[in-house]
Every structure is written in structure tokens, then in C-alpha cells.
Design a protein around this ligand. Structure first.
Ligand code: UDP
Length: 466
């Protein structure tokens, strides 16, 4: 019968536990990696936190099977209470570290103790590099352990350089950034301001907690020789030369196999794809700020009016929780008509960026959005907020030169006129478009046979199967 034939097929299939950090921009690349491993004959148990698992289930509802023979989504608590603020990174990290390691260990022991069919047993863990404590569990249980870095390799390179950053007076001995200093990890990489160090988030107490967590992550990540990164060698030659142990396997993109992607926290509004189909090639501005940036209401209004002023078609992602004032319905200004625009709560972003109608991307420069835009040759208008976004913006504008930034006005806002000016400037710049296309070609070549990402991924698969 059917189930015994599935069971037979599973014989000899290596089974991997995948553990993302609990954020959309981390779940996505680990899910893409998981799906590729399924295509290479693996069975995956994908372990979210309960909180995010619920979001994935409700965003997915009946569209995708969460429990396939080769891919199973399960969850454990993150250690925070139901009302706690999960955007408070320091509390989240402390709670996770207190709660999750023993639960992850138990999950593996439970699965591995289930029956005596050796083929079902978990033989390896792939953890987000921000959860690299899981490598200790892999060591303890005698199974394989690997990490994936879902941000730029430069961020890992920067974290590896923490002792030098302290020595050079960029960080103080508590790991806090020394004010008003500029630094560069290696020539050819972005020049950074100490205010923009990616993990220096929140007040000084939070920063210290996160710093201590990062220092431990670096130590844990050295427990494995398999440190993968969602990047390519052409994008980050310097960072990868500084950390030769990091293996680029990017870009990690959604496979074309199913219409809806698995692992999204919000339901994708697919109606924007048929809307895009009706637009001329290279005519639409796509605007999206990732999964947790929020807008000041004044700035939100300027953006709305700026889009209007461009006189161009636009596709704008406005999450329900995008307003800093906590309004579920963000107020559009009265003058805003939006007749040339389509507004959705969550877009199938990779499909949008791949669409021939998309002309440019107004982005917060999260690393996934960056890689997704680059891989499709879409030029950027950069609107970073925090974490690694400022660094990514600098890669885009100063190093790869495939985008422009915005200037603030005297009120500290990006004005509607600035938005119109930069959209016109970007779309009129053939050099930027040319460079975007060239970079796209280089990135795509990495994923073809003989390309570095392709070869690294295959080596990784061989090792996992050994
Ligand atoms: N994304 C999406 N639909 C949207 C907005 C974003 O599918 O409307 C996806 C996007 O493709 C990316 C992820 O959400 O994979 C956001 O990750 P990123 O690193 O860009 O930003 P973060 O959310 O971590 O700030």
C-alpha cells in the first residue's frame, strides 16, 4: 500500500534537523536550503519556535502540506511569555539560550528513540549561525553539525574581528561602540560608522547582552568546519578572504516547484502577480521593508505622497503592523489617491523581483532582500533602518554601485520630493542598470555547474551523506 511504499522509499534517507533563528529573514534562507536538501534526497525536520510556527500555519492554511514525507515542520517554546516583546532582541536571546538547548536535545532524542529503523534517525543539525549553540548538542549526541549565516559574510568577518575592533578602539572593552569613529574591515569593503555596527542594537544594557551572545556564537561556530553563507564569491571576495572557512552557497532562492512558499509569517497576496502581468516591462517601483521595520506616521505619509509624485506605477507592501504608533490601519494622507499603485500586506517578493515589469526596488536592505534584488538585476533605492541594513546599503551604493541612497531633509525625513528625485535619477541611469545586470549574471553563474556556490553545496551534501 501507499504508506509502506513511502516507508520503503525513506529507507536510507539521511534526516537533518534545521534550526532557524526566529525571524522571517532567517526562516526563509534556511527553508530554501532545506528544500534543496529535500531535492537531494534528504528528509528535513524544520524546527521553529511555537510563536512563529503558529504564524506559519495560519499564513499557510490549506495551501501547503506542512507534513510531507520529506519535510516536517515542528516547534518548541522560545522561553518568552505570550505577551513578551519578541522584537526585544536581548531578552529573546537570553530566553532562548535558557530554554531551547535542552528542548532541542530532547526533540532529537525523542525522534531518534522512536523506532529502531536507523534510516529515520536524525544524523545532523543545520543551525542558523545565530543559534550556533546547537553545535554543542550535535557534538554531545555524536551527530553532524553545520551552520548557515543568513546575512553577509562580512558580518561574520566583523564578528570574528571583535578582538581587533577592541584593540583598535572601535569597541570598548565591554563591546560597546566608541562614538563617532569610522572603520573598514578590509580595503574594498564598506567604510562604517561605529553607530552602525550591526549587532549594537538598543540601549547599552541590551548592547552588552547581545555582545556577550555574539562572542559566544563566534566560539560555538568554530565547533564545525561547515560554515555556509548565503552569499557568493563575487559579491564578497574580501570578507571571504578574511574568513576562508566560510563557504558561499548563495544565492539561496525559492525553488520554482510550488506556487506558494513555505515558512512565510504572513499570507502572500498573489493578486499582485496578475497585476504586474498587466504592466509594461520595467515600469513598476516595488517598495518593501522586510518583516519588522516600522514607520513613523509622518514618514509614512511622505512616502505615500512621494510615490504619487513619481507618476509611476508602484507595488507597495504595507504590513498591518508597519505603524510605530501601533495603529493597525496606517493612515494614508488625504491627498493620496494611489490609483497607479497596488498595495498588499505581504507580497511573494522573489516572484515580484523576478517579474519583468519590476523596474526598481525601494528597500530597507535586509540581506535577503539585497540578495534577491541583486540576483534579479533590479537596482535599489536604499532606505536602511538598523542592524546590518546600513552596512548592506553601503555595499549596494558604494561597493557594487547598483543603487542610490536618500538624503534627509531638515526635519530628518525623506521628503516626497527626494523620493521623486531619486526614482527619476535611478531609472535614468543606464550605468547603474548595466552594473545590476552584470552582477546578476555573475551571481547566477555561481549556481551553475562549475560555479563556486554549486560546488560548495555539492561538497556539503556529500559530507552530510557520508
Ligand atoms: N518578504 C516577502 N514578502 C514581502 C516582504 C518580504 O516574502 O512582502 C521576504 C523577502 O523575500 C525576504 C524576507 O521576507 O526573504 C525579509 O528578509 P530580509 O533579510 O530582507 O529583511 P528582514 O525582514 O530580516 O528585515
Amino acid at each position: 500500500n501507499h504508506s509502506s511504499s513511502i516507508h520503503k522509499k525513506l529507507m536510507g534517507i539521511p534526516h537533518i534537523l534545521v534550526l532557524p533563528f526566529p525571524a522571517q529573514g532567517h526562516v526563509n534562507p534556511l527553508m530554501h536550503l532545506s528544500k534543496r536538501l529535500v531535492q537531494h534526497g534528504f528528509k528535513i525536520t524544520f524546527l521553529n519556535t511555537d510563536f512563529n510556527h503558529k504564524r506559519v500555519v495560519s499564513a499557510t492554511n490549506e495551501h501547503v502540506n506542512l507534513e510531507g514525507p520529506r519535510m516536517r515542520l515542528i516547534s518548541i517554546p522560545d522561553g518568552l511569555g505570550p505577551e513578551d516583546d519578541r522584537n526585544d532582541l536581548a531578552s529573546l536571546c537570553v530566553a532562548m539560550l535558557r530554554t531551547m538547548p535542552s528542548l532541542v536535545e530532547r526533540v532529537i532524542e525523542d525522534i531518534n528513540g522512536l523506532d529502531d529503523d536507523a534510516s529515520e534517525k536524525i544524523s545532523g543539525i543545520i543551525a542558523d549561525v545565530n543559534m550556533s549553540w546547537a553545535l554543542e548538542i550535535a557534538d554531545k549526541l555524536g551527530i553532524k553539525g553545520a551552520v548557515l549565516c543568513p546575512s553577509a559574510a562580512a558580518i561574520s568577518a566583523m564578528q570574528e574581528s571583535i578582538p581587533k575592533l577592541i584593540q583598535d578602539g572601535i569597541l570598548d572593552s565591554n563591546g560597546l561602540p566608541v562614538k563617532n569613529r569610522k572603520f573598514q574591515i578590509l580595503p574594498g569593503m564598506p567604510i562604517m560608522d561605529t553607530a552602525d555596527i550591526p549587532w549594537c542594537i538598543g540601549d547599552s544594557t541590551s548592547m552588552k547582552i547581545i555582545f556577550d551572545y555574539v562572542v559566544r556564537l563566534v566560539q560555538w561556530s568554530h565547533l564545525t568546519d561547515w560554515r555556509l553563507c548565503n552569499t557568493t564569491s563575487d559579491l564578497e571576495p574580501e570578507a571571504l578572504s578574511l574568513c576562508p572557512k566560510i563557504l558561499p552557497i548563495g544565492p539561496l532562492m525559492e525553488s520554482d516547484d510550488n506556487l506558494r512558499s513555505l515558512g512565510q509569517f504572513w499570507e502572500e497576496d498573489l493578486s499582485c502577480l496578475s497585476w504586474l502581468d498587466q504592466q509594461p516591462p520595467c515600469s513598476v517601483i516595488y517598495i518593501a521593508f522586510g518583516s519588522f521595520t516600522v514607520f513613523d506616521p509622518l514618514q509614512f505619509k511622505e512616502l505615500a505622497l512621494g510615490l504619487e509624485l513619481t507618476n509611476k506605477s508602484f507595488l507597495w507592501v504595507v504590513r498591518e503592523d508597519i505603524d510605530t504608533k501601533g495603529n493597525t490601519k496606517t493612515a494614508y494622507p488625504d491627498e493620496f489617491q494611489g490609483t497607479r499603485g497596488k498595495i498588499v500586506k505581504w507580497a511573494p517578493q522573489q516572484k515580484v523581483l523576478r517579474h519583468p515589469a519590476t523596474a526598481c526596488f525601494i528597500s530597507h536592505c535586509g540581506w535577503n532582500s539585497t540578495v534577491e534584488g541583486l540576483s534579479n538585476g533590479v537596482p535599489f533605492l536604499c532606505w536602511p533602518y538598523f542592524a546590518d541594513q546600513v552596512f548592506d546599503k553601503s555595499y549596494i551604493c558604494d561597493v557594487w554601485k547598483v543603487g542610490l541612497g536618500f538624503d534627509l531633509d531638515e526635519k530628518g525625513l525623506i521628503s516626497r520630493w527626494e523620493i521623486k528625485k531619486k526614482v527619476d535619477q535611478l531609472l535614468g541611469d543606464d550605468n547603474i542598470r548595466g552594473r545590476s545586470q552584470k552582477l546578476k549574471g555573475m551571481i547566477v553563474n555561481n549556481t551553475l555547474e562549475g560555479g563556486q556556490s554549486y560546488e560548495n553545496f555539492n561538497k556539503f551534501v556529500e559530507w552530510l551523506k557520508e
